[in-house]
Design a protein around this ligand. Structure first.
Ligand code: PNS
Length: 158
């Protein structure tokens, strides 16, 4: 069976931790879609189209990785687009606690036709979050080590 996987998130912005998950997931999937979620309740740092373009730029070396955007329920997007795997990254125990009920609820919404798989973030990236990157960047701190190069260049412009 071919693995068509979704790696969904806000990616506002994509970090080196996200990039690491994409790189590793792309090796075990036939097709990997990075799904950038539009959350109408949140005011984003980067517009959805910009986030998508930045992720495309950062992942262009991976032939089997595509970037899409979506809104609404994750499970609807997964069911409607024929995904059979959803990838999530885990940095620590707190992520684990948050992810388990979400994966268990989603399993029901996927009618048990889709598996959520978890990849542990590499230790050198375990402390990175998009919210910390935004905060440091807004206060003119150096985020060079935290995000892919094209995203670093974009953050410097703000
Ligand atoms: O960037 P994040 O916070 O890791 O993304 C989390 C995401 C996009 C997976 C989650 O917020 C989500 O699934 N949002 C869509 C709305 C939804 O399906 N909610 C029910 C989750 S059980």
């Amino acid at each position: 069976m071919k693995i068509k996987a979704l790696y969904a998130g806000s990616f506002d912005p994509l970090t080196k931790g996200h990039y690491d998950i994409i790189q590793r997931a792309s090796k075990i999937c036939d097709e990997l879609v990075v799904g950038v979620i539009v959350n109408p309740q949140k005011k984003p740092y980067f517009h959805i189209q910009k986030r998508k373009e930045l992720i495309e730029g950062a992942t262009k070396e991976f032939d089997n990785v595509k970037v899409e955007s979506f809104s609404g329920l994750l499970a609807d997007y997964v069911n409607d687009n024929g995904f059979n795997v959803v990838v999530r990254g885990l940095r620590n125990g707190q992520d684990f606690e948050n992810e388990i009920p979400m994966a268990q609820l989603n399993a029901k919404l996927y009618n048990n036709q889709v598996e959520t798989i978890f990849l542990m973030t590499s230790p050198e990236h375990a402390f990175i979050s998009s919210s910390m990157v935004r905060e440091v960047a807004q206060l003119n701190g150096n985020v060079k080590e935290l995000v892919p190069a094209n995203i670093y260049e974009e953050l410097k412009k703000l």
